[in-house]
Design a protein around this ligand. Structure first.
Ligand code: PMP
Ligand code: GLN
Length: 377
């Protein structure tokens, strides 16, 4: 059979997790928390699963959860919020909703692995703009120069996986300028790490700008905020005219999202503010990991947000990052993600991405193993 995605293989996250498990390495590769969610949230899930909340929910999501999200974000529960199967489904639905064959989509690289295949499956054409190495800022002039009459969408991600970069007020105003000049242009903003920010940085969503709000699908998830990546529960916030269209796609991809989780999350959001402590929780983990690390061996890059820390070994070796990542997993017992996989052309800065959403002992042990690992490269 002819493949619709000939360039796509098994995701790097699946491959590195499988390798880590097979050699019993510490898995700092695939991004997922190594700890349990709040017992209250688990209790609420179990409660609703045993109290009659096991059938289809309304396609847009249970009203109680949408009301909680409406209070949090200032979007309308009835017409502007859709609960989805993770941010993945929100992203996929938004892209499928907007992109027609031949449409161009600007993708800022490095880019999360879902974006390119989702665009290509719609017959869209990815147009890549690379963040500037080594600071990973976005050159908005280059973005602007890449826009043609066929450009339909810009895909954004803040805080950014894998660089940890966060959009600033200057980025938002550059976007406002671009969007004002191109009436056909929409934005998809992936904000799954919105509550993990360091050094007093603020999360700035395009949704916070009145100009951009009208043109933006915000795709988000409970996964990183509440340590529940396996629940695959997320949401899309967008103005009414965009939401109406998005729901047409959503109802035929999943129809609705796992009902007991929606009720559990509705209860939980009402009763907690734990997400407000998340930045501090992860800052301590990042500091612990970096303090235990010999930075002459692996050099840390700045991380403004997310639970990823990038480490460079460019001063030690020019070994391709995929090989380096495999070697470190097999020989040093620490798995990471090679960041070249986030570029369509495989741009390789010799940087590996490490997830520090793990318990403290694991992070210290991983750092100690890495300190002894320079000789493998
Ligand atoms: N976007 C980014 C940037 C991610 O890192 C991830 C992985 N959590 C997702 C989207 C997918 O989120 P979810 O698991 O909620 O589908
Ligand atoms: N978002 C996670 C990461 O970047 C992986 C999610 C997945 O495995 N698809 O590591």
């Amino acid at each position: 059979m002819t493949s619709r995605l000939p360039a796509v293989g098994t995701s790097i996250f699946t491959r590195m997790t499988a390798l880590a498990n097979s050699v019993n390495a510490i898995n700092l590769a695939q991004g997922f928390p190594g700890f349990e969610p709040d017992p209250l949230l688990a209790e609420r899930l179990s409660y609703h699963a045993s109290h009659g909340k096991n059938q289809y929910s309304p396609a847009a999501g249970v009203p109680e959860l949408r009301e909680q999200l409406a209070a949090k974000y200032g979007y309308r529960a009835d017409t502007e919020i859709t609960v989805t199967a993770g941010a993945s489904e929100a992203l996929f639905s938004a892209i499928a909703n907007v992109v027609s064959p031949g449409d161009e989509v600007i993708i800022i690289e490095p880019a999360y692995d879902l974006y390119v295949p989702a665009v290509q499956l719609q017959g869209g054409i990815p147009v890549f703009v690379k963040m500037k190495y080594p600071g990973f800022s976005i050159d908005w002039q280059e973005v602007s120069d890449s826009i043609t009459t066929r450009t339909r969408l810009i895909l954004l991600n803040t805080p950014h996986n894998p660089t940890g970069k966060v959009l600033t007020a200057a980025d938002i105003s550059a976007l406002e300028d671009i969007v004002s000049r191109h009436p056909q242009l929409l934005l998809v903003s992936d904000e799954v790490y919105e509550h993990i920010l360091f050094d007093d940085r603020e999360h700035l969503s395009p949704g916070s700008s009145p100009v951009l709000r009208e043109r933006t699908f915000i795709c988000n998830s409970f996964a990183k905020t509440y340590h529940i990546t396996g629940w695959k529960t997320g949401y899309c916030l967008a103005p009414e005219n965009l939401t109406r269209e998005l729901r047409k796609v959503h109802q035929y991809i999943t129809f609705c999202t796992f009902t007991p989780a929606q009720y559990a999350l509705a209860d939980y959001l009402e009763s907690t503010t734990t997400h407000l402590a998340l930045s501090e929780f992860y800052r301590k983990k990042k500091d612990l990991f970096l303090n235990a690390l010999d930075t002459e061996v692996f050099r840390p890059l700045p991380s403004e947000g997310t639970f990823f820390q990038n480490l460079s070994y460019a001063h030690l070796s020019q070994q391709p990052d995929i090989d380096a990542s495999i070697l470190l997993t097999e020989k040093a017992g620490v798995a990471s993600i090679p960041t070249s996989v986030f570029y369509a052309d495989g741009t390789d800065h010799r940087i590996l991405r490490f997830c520090f959403a793990k318990d403290d002992e694991t992070l210290v042990e991983a750092a100690q193993r890495l300190n002894r690992a320079g000789r493998f490269l």
